[in-house]
Unconditional design. Structure first.
Length: 181
């Protein structure tokens, strides 16, 4: 009985120190630059969670929530040749901070991190590694990262006449400001 009580106290202490962070208005943007056209889109409705005890990250982005400067690009983005938003309404990432011990969620600072996980776009899930930063300031947590993915690896092809207007390597930027759950 005494050992059970001690175990419960230890588990409570562990979970009391762990914090879950959440945002429903994270930002993911992407860009492609070619001599023929610049493509830029932004989504400010990204849902994300971060577990400070395990380093687990989750992101979900609704495809139709990406907005472009040109209306025609926004309309085509959800089409079958591109993201096929009717069939695949969300893109997601699930992973972990691989060097979690380098982050002190209880102390203000900027911490360089590496994240490993699986990125799902359309019907393809692939492992990715990305470097980023976790910033802790007055108890608030911000996560940022920039990385590239090859759009063709995720079956984002586009119409034949547009191929030269879109880079194969798409530049992705993530910026999420979290609140304690």
């Amino acid at each position: 009985m005494k050992n059970s009580f001690l175990l419960i106290i230890l588990l409570f202490t562990f979970y009391a120190k762990a914090q879950d962070y959440i945002t429903r208005n994270g930002n993911i943007s992407f860009s492609s630059h070619t001599p023929l056209e610049d493509v830029n889109a932004e989504n400010n409705e990204v849902a994300s969670t971060l577990n400070s005890a395990t380093g687990a990250f989750e992101f979900k982005a609704v495809i139709k929530s990406f907005h472009f400067k040109k209306t025609a690009m926004e309309q085509h983005f959800g089409d079958e040749d591109y993201m096929d938003a009717e069939k695949y309404p969300k893109a997601s990432f699930s992973g972990k901070i691989s060097d979690l011990s380098s982050v002190n969620f209880g102390k203000d600072g900027t911490y360089k991190v590496s994240v490993q996980g699986n990125l799902t776009i359309r019907d393809v899930t692939k492992p990715i590694n990305a470097d980023g930063t976790i910033t802790v300031k007055n108890g608030a947590v911000t996560a940022q990262s920039n990385f590239n993915v090859n759009r063709k690896d995720y079956h984002v092809i586009g119409e034949a006449f547009v191929q030269k207007k879109i880079e194969d390597e798409i530049h992705i930027s993530v910026n999420c400001q979290y609140e304690k759950r």
